[in-house]
Design a protein around this ligand. Sequence first.
Ligand SMILES: [Zn+2]
Ligand SMILES: [Zn+2]
Length: 344
Amino acid sequence: MRAVTFQAPNEVRVKDVPEPVLLDAGDAIVRIEATGVCGSDLHIYHGRVKIEPGFIIGHEYVGSVLAVGDAVHDVAVGDRVLGCFQTACGHCFFCRRGLFHKCDSSRTFGHGAALGSLQGTQAEQALVPSADLVLRRVPEGMSDEMALFAGDVAGTGYHAVVDSGFHPGDTVAVLGLGPVGLCAVQAARACGAAHVVAVDTVPERLAMAESFGAQAVHLEQGDPRAAVREATAGRGVDLCIDAVGHPSALDLAVRLTRKCATVQSVGVYAERVELHMGLVWIKALRLCTGHANVLAHVDPVLAMMSAGLLDPTPLVTHHMSLDEAPEAYALYDRREALKILLRP
Ligand SMILES: [Zn+2]
Ligand SMILES: [Zn+2]
């Protein structure tokens, strides 16, 4: 089968590789019909996240079930399914508390040996362990463009809101309007945010946030602190979501957030960061971090998509074939696309 493999920094190649086979009774094999290119794939592409040359990348996918092991009960051969970007065992200390994202034996698709040696989904077929936990049937009538988001980006945007002690009527600021930030804007509105201030520097992304119901503020040409003061009677927002993963975004988040409120960092951090702890302390802020518990959120996110409350499909800017993956990665690297779907 054909698959997109990492070769070296700034080089991916579509190669012929062996088809996957069932290895465990809980496995399924999915024929991939659409697979996304994600910001985390770009970290691999740049060589910042290290994986073995030749490893298949990708972790966002929709397809149909080709085979299941004896212990799989919730999906069957022929079902149209979407999947989450990581797996979980379902019975360790963390899974029993619903913290699937911190499962002791979790594996992430397409991230090499460091995250469980699970081949990625930018391929004609993918092996899916713990299929009952990881896969869901696509609700009747839902498009690939919509369903694909439930297992990663929309689940992360939803997590950024609901994992933060959010209440309907709260004010929210979202820093960084990539796909996750834009999904967080939509989730905040859908969950009942009274006002959302959305901050970025790219005009198209600000316009999309506005179309999702946010007040768009340009980071440099506008004044995010003044906008938040005005929207909150000078207090600061009840929740600030950092969807950037950069010290300057974290610093701004601490300043935009009111006393006793929450900063939620879903943007990726991998290194030491200087934080004004005096400000965090005197404001008594809560700091939430980490990647999203998408396995726990996939059902409500799908329900909200079915109900029309969440619709990330405007984020899909490019449709390309799997064989065009090298061009797709170059294009995404130039920030000329929000979400690219590859079809085998
Ligand atoms: Zn992703
Ligand atoms: Zn577990």
